[in-house]
Design a protein around this ligand. Structure first.
Ligand SMILES: [Fe+2]
Length: 318
């Protein structure tokens, strides 16, 4: 066989193997990631916050439903749902079934674009462009109200353009939560809930589905010490070692998933890069979940396992 023919054949086989792995194995290889975040006052006992994001649930995904239900075994102090729960018009009952044991815990949620609009047929390669989830042309509205009422009936806080005080953890620490509706489809109205952190709060936490810089800047300028987001899928198709290729928003790809630091203007020119160690000491923490799902029309993950995250909040170093 000619060497070029052999090389092309080898590459084709590797491509088919990679796609098969991404569609069949990694997409369903759910992981729980655990992280410590030093944002509590000195002497406070740890608080365990479970983040579930980007479920993109189709009702037949029983394995995913069972996996999410088992997360309640972690006994979290608080549950955060950062949106994009739907991947099917009739998924609301299945989503509520997946969250049922977690709804017995205190929690809060914001919505993502995929909670409002059913997925439409798209070119999977378009995931690697910034236009992927834009504009719901020909997309059908989802029964998001069913989900909201299910979450609210269980006592979870609706943080779509809202601010509230809650108590977290064994010390019943007063925590201020501020959230926005999805900036990816311009539903964020941070100005309506803007303002400095309450003097009664031991901690202020921001929540947004998509981590757009305008939201991160505004929340951290107002004093949020931790901002929690989803949406990026960690790039969904990543390159080993290099990481995410895209974030599907204006966040840099180094912050595509996991814990990083953010401060007002952090995304501007001349600012220290994420993970460089040169970030300001008082910078807020940003956690971006890679989420648990995929678009049904780009149903694969590569070098970016689907995940939920247990964030253990601990005291700041003195
Ligand atoms: Fe998503």
């Amino acid at each position: 066989m000619h060497p070029i023919t052999r090389a092309v054949g080898g590459l084709t086989l590797a491509g088919v193997a990679g796609v098969t792995y991404g569609v069949i194995i990694e997409r369903n290889w759910f992981a729980l990631r655990s992280l410590s975040v030093p944002v509590l006052p000195a002497g406070a006992r740890p608080i365990r916050v479970l983040q579930v994001s980007d479920l993109h649930l189709v009702p037949r995904q029983e394995r995913k439903i069972a996996w999410v239900r088992r997360l309640a075994d972690l006994d979290p102090d608080f549950v955060v749902n950062s949106g994009d729960n739907f991947a099917h018009l009739e998924a609301a009952p299945a989503i509520l079934r997946a969250f049922e044991p977690l709804l017995e815990r205190p929690g809060a949620f914001v919505m993502g674009s995929n909670d409002y609009w059913a997925p439409g047929l798209k070119n999977p390669a378009a995931y690697l462009t910034r236009d992927y989830a834009k504009a719901p042309k020909d997309r059908l509205p989802l029964p998001v109200a069913d989900l909201v009422s299910g979450f609210v009936a269980a006592g979870w806080s609706d943080l779509n353009n809202a601010r509230t005080m809650v108590e977290w953890g064994p010390d019943r620490l007063p925590v201020e939560l501020v959230g926005v509706d999805d900036p990816h489809i311009q539903r964020d109205r941070y100005a309506e809930v803007a303002g400095p952190s309450s003097s009664d709060a031991a901690l202020t936490v921001g929540l947004t589905h998509a981590p757009y810089q305008r939201v991160l800047d505004a929340m951290t300028a107002d004093g949020a010490e931790l901002v929690i987001a989803g949406h990026t899928h960690g790039g969904q198709l990543a390159v080993p070692v290099f990481g995410a290729l895209v974030t599907n928003c204006d966040l840099d790809r180094r912050r595509a998933k996991g814990l990083s630091r953010w401060w007002p203007g952090a995304g501007g020119p001349g600012q220290p890069t994420a993970g460089s160690g040169d970030e300001p000491d008082d910078a807020a923490y940003l956690h971006v979940s890679a989420g648990l799902g995929t678009s049904p029309f780009a149903p694969m993950r590569f070098a970016c396992r689907p995940e939920a995250t247990l964030l253990t909040l601990i005291p700041r170093p003195s």
